[in-house]
Design a protein around this ligand. Structure first.
Ligand code: 0X9
Ligand code: ZN
Ligand code: ZN
Length: 303
């Protein structure tokens, strides 16, 4: 694709920008369809190269009601494309690496939160034998699957699904990451809310082999984030920092070999929760950008 315009997404949170470029900084790839048949499109952002570049994978909108998350992916794409060539860090990052962005992971659920139930969390898959709909995509990955902090009851909001990767959206993403396993150096997944920067593990209390380094990078990213508006984040392994919960994408990616695997829980800490007011979208995206760029710079430096 040779241009990026605000019309690229069905939900346009930032109507004040239009970014166009004559160079090839972004291409897109459909990685499969959702349960209801919507195309899942991964954007690949980076300077075109004949050789394969190391990459960072980032997804937003695993959980339907966490609306600030897809807003952040959209912000990231706009910021990356519009600051390439002027921001030295972004330029160097996109020269050397690619960033894969999946703007909305759980598109069916996200659509449902706009039309029927604002607090929906799961996918929208159906199966004969149960009248309850959907599974929690962040309990459906093959990482200690359904062993703790997940439910085998299809009516639960944390239903782990019938088998690992039973949700087609999870299968599509897992297949994409497996296919690109040798190039993907970092996995970032954006959720809300609680202001946390989590890393493996959540399916066990055991510390990750890279615990110290993951903690150090998380602390650096959190202080970069805090430097803008003073927003405080807590860093740590999922199991002890939020709660034990198996089947998450971060643990799965880490065990696959993607060392820098992080879950962001964006603003706020509960005053508005999932219903974060519009006035906080832009500041939340701006500060989160600093944390993501901090992690990206660290990964780039340690390739
Ligand atoms: O429970 C979750 O999936 C995440 N919190 S949320 O409120 N956005 O639902 C936390 C995920 C942490 N990582 C794992 N449990 N693997
Ligand atoms: Zn192009
Ligand atoms: Zn979530």
């Amino acid at each position: 694709a040779h241009s990026y315009t605000k019309r690229s997404f069905s939900h346009n949170f930032f109507p004040d920008w239009t970014v166009t470029s004559s160079s090839c900084l972004m291409t897109k790839q459909v990685i499969g369809n959702t349960y209801e048949g919507r195309a899942m499109t991964v954007l690949k952002i980076g300077k075109a190269s004949s050789s394969t570049k190391p990459a960072i994978f980032m997804d937003c909108g695993i959980h339907a009601r966490e609306w600030i998350s897809p807003a952040f992916c959209q912000w990231f794409v706009k910021e990356a494309l519009s600051t390439y060539g002027t921001d030295s860090q972004m330029t160097s990052l996109l020269d050397q690496m690619d960033v894969y962005v999946l703007p909305v992971f759980n598109i069916d659920g996200y659509d449902f939160t706009h039309k029927s139930n604002r607090m929906w969390r799961k996918t929208r898959s159906r199966r004969s034998g149960s009248s309850c709909i959907g599974a929690d995509p962040n309990r459906n990955f093959d990482a200690g699957w359904c062993s703790m902090g997940a439910s085998s009851n299809p009516c639960s909001d944390t239903f782990c699904g019938y088998t690992p990767e039973s949700e087609i959206e999870v299968k599509n993403v897992a297949d994409f990451i497996r296919r690109n396993k040798s190039t993907i150096k970092a996995y970032l997944t954006i959720h809300s809310y609680s202001q946390l920067l989590l890393f493996p593990y959540s399916y066990t209390y055991d510390l990750a082999a890279d615990h110290n380094e993951l903690m150090k990078v998380a602390e650096g990213a959190s202080s970069a984030l805090r430097s803008l508006y003073g927003t405080r984040y807590t860093s740590g392994p999922g199991a002890t920092t939020i709660y034990p919960a198996a089947g998450g994408s971060d643990d799965w990616a880490y065990d696959l070999g993607v060392k820098y695997s992080y879950t962001f829980e964006l603003r706020d800490t509960g005053r508005y929760g999932f219903l974060l007011p519009e006035s906080q979208i832009k500041p939340t995206c701006e500060e989160t950008m600093l944390a993501v760029k901090y992690i990206a710079a660290y990964v780039q430096k340690n390739l």
